[in-house]
Design a protein around this ligand. Structure first.
Ligand code: PLP
Length: 438
C-alpha cells in the first residue's frame, strides 16, 4: 500500500480534531516510526514530544509488542466476547488488577478512553439502580476532557467540544477547575486544594446527595494543558463522596501507567477512587483498547442483583477484549516491568521539569505547569484564542518535533525511554518554534 501523497487522494478521509482544509493543502504524514522518532513523508526526522497522544511511553514499534500481536493473530483474529471467551482477556484483566489498588479487581474491557468513560457512567448508573436508588445526576468540572462519546461530551468542561452538540445528557453539574492566578509558573502541586473541593459540597447542598451518582475527575486535567490537583483537593473530594455515598471516578486515560508519578493517580496522590478508566498506554498505543476497573463491591452489587443464569450488565462491545488488543496489552505491561519504565519516568521527571520551566522566559509563554512526565506550555493567544496553538503545532512538526496542542496549550509528554539528550532536543525545538512564530 503506497504512502506517497502525490499518488493518493487525501479528499475522502474526514480527519478527526483537525483543520481538514488546511491539512489537505499541506499534509503532515508519518510514514514510519521507531522508538522516539517518526519519519515524515518528506524524509524528515520528528522527535515525538507527546508520546503520540500520550499513549506510547515505551516508544513506537516496540518489537515485543509487534511479535506478541503477530503471534496472537496466527492463533485467533476474533472471538465473540459475549458468552464466549479466550485466555488472553482473562490474563490481561489479572495483570491490570495487579497494578490497580487492592480493592479494585474487576476489569471491563473497551476500545478507547471515550468508551471507558461512557462505560463508567453506565456502571455507576447500574450500581445505583441495583441498590434501588435514583441517583441520576453527575458531577464534572470546568476544563475537563472525558472523550467524545455522548456521555463524555456531556461531562466535557471544554466548551468547544460541546458547542455543536446540544443533545447531551441533562443533569450534569460542573464544579470549577482548580487552576488559579496563584499557579502561574508553579511546577507540581500547589497548596490549598481542600477549599476548592468544597465546590462538591455546594453541589450536594443545591441538588441533594440522593440525586448524585458519581463525580468524574481527571486527577491531572490533561487535554486542557496539565492542571495538577492542588494538595488536599482529591483527599477532600474523597471524604465528601464517602459521606454522601457518591461514587468517585478517576479518569486515568492520560494519568495512568506512570505518567504523573505513580502506577496510577491513586498511587501518585494517595486517594483511591471507586471506578477508574484507562486506555492509551494500556497497549502502548499499538492497538486500540481501554478498560474500566471497579471496586469489587460494585461488581458484586450489580451481579448479585440479577437472576442466576441471566446477563447481569446489558453492556459490552463487539471488540471488548479483542485478542490482538489483549496481546498488545500483555506485552506492554511486561515491557513496563522489564524495562522499569515507571521508575525511569519518575527518575527523569525532575530533569524534565527543570528543562520545561526554562521556557518561562520566552515572551510568547503565558504559563507553564508540570507534573511527572507531563507539562502544559500555554502561549499568549494571537490573533484569537487557539490560532497560535494550531500554527505552533504545524511549525513544530516541520522543525522536527510532534507536540499536541489544545487551544494555545502545548502538551509535552515525553516517552519514558527518553534520555536527557532527548529532553534537551525537545526543549530546543520548542524554543526555536516559538522564536519563529508571529
Ligand atoms: N479521557 C481523557 C482524560 C482523555 O485524555 C482522553 C483522550 O485524550 C479520553 C478520555 C478519550 O480517549 P479516546 O480518545 O481514546 O477515546
Amino acid at each position: 500500500m503506497g504512502l506517497d501523497v502525490k499518488s493518493n487522494s487525501l479528499e475522502e478521509f474526514w480527519i478527526p480534531f483537525t483543520d481538514n482544509r488546511g491539512f489537505k493543502k499541506d499534509p503532515r504524514l508519518v510514514v514510519k516510526a521507531e522508538g522516539l522518532y517518526m519519519t515524515d513523508h518528506r524524509g524528515g526526522q520528528i522527535i515525538d514530544g507527546s508520546s503520540g497522544l500520550f499513549c506510547s511511553p515505551a516508544g513506537h514499534c516496540h518489537p515485543k509488542i509487534i511479535e506478541a500481536v503477530h503471534q496472537s493473530m496466527q492463533q485467533l483474529t476474533y472471538v465473540s466476547p459475549f458468552g464466549t471467551g479466550h485466555g488472553l482477556s482473562f490474563a490481561l484483566a489479572e495483570q491490570v488488577s495487579r497494578l490497580t489498588p487492592d480493592s479494585m479487581n474487576k476489569v471491563f474491557f473497551v476500545n478507547s478512553g471515550s468508551e471507558a468513560i461512557d462505560t463508567a457512567l453506565k456502571i455507576a448508573m447500574a450500581y445505583h439502580t441495583a441498590k434501588g436508588e435514583n441517583r441520576h445526576r453527575f458531577i464534572s468540572r470546568e476544563r475537563a476532557y472525558h472523550g467524545v462519546n455522548i456521555g463524555g461530551v456531556s461531562l466535557s468542561g471544554l466548551v468547544n467540544n460541546r458547542r455543536a452538540f446540544p443533545s447531551v445528557m441533562p443533569n450534569v453539574v460542573f464544579m470549577r477547575h482548580t487552576w488559579t492566578e496563584d499557579d502561574l509558573f508553579t511546577p507540581g502541586q500547589r497548596a490549598g486544594g481542600a477549599d476548592r473541593a468544597e465546590d462538591l459540597q455546594r453541589a450536594i447542598d443545591n441538588f441533594g446527595a440522593e440525586t448524585i451518582g458519581a463525580v468524574f475527575i481527571e486527577p491531572v486535567a490533561g487535554s486542557t494543558g496539565t492542571l495538577p490537583p492542588p494538595i488536599g483537593y482529591l483527599q477532600r473530594i474523597r471524604e465528601i463522596c464517602d459521606a454522601n455515598d457518591i461514587l468517585l471516578v478517576f479518569d486515568d486515560v492520560i494519568c495512568g501507567f506512570g505518567r504523573v508519578g505513580g502506577k496510577f493517580s491513586a498511587d501518585a496522590f494517595g486517594v483511591v477512587p471507586d471506578i477508574m478508566t484507562m486506555a492509551k498506554a494500556l497497549t502502548n498505543g499499538a492497538i486500540p483498547m481501554g478498560a474500566v476497573v471497579v471496586r469489587d463491591e460494585i461488581y458484586d452489587v450489580v451481579t448479585d442483583k440479577a437472576a442466576m443464569g441471566g446477563i447481569e450488565l446489558f453492556h459490552g462491545y463487539t471488540y471488548s477484549g479483542h485478542p490482538a488488543a489483549c496481546a498488545a496489552g500483555l506485552a506492554s505491561l511486561a515491557i513496563y516491568q522489564e524495562e522499569g519504565l515507571f521508575d525511569r519516568a519518575k527518575d527523569m521527571a525532575p530533569y524534565f521539569e527543570q528543562a520545561v520551566m526554562s521556557l518561562s522566559d520566552h515572551e510568547l509563554v503565558k504559563d507553564i505547569r508540570t507534573i511527572g512526565m507531563m507539562a502544559g506550555v500555554e502561549l499568549y493567544p494571537h490573533p484569537k484564542p487557539g490560532a497560535r496553538g494550531v500554527l505552533a503545532q504545524t511549525e513544530m512538526f516541520w522543525k522536527g518535533m510532534h507536540v499536541k496542542f489544545t487551544g494555545d496549550n502545548g502538551i509535552l509528554a515525553p516517552m519514558y525511554i527518553a534520555e536527557r539528550a532527548h529532553i534537551d532536543e525537545m526543549i530546543t525545538k520548542f524554543r526555536a518554534t516559538l522564536d519563529a512564530l508571529p
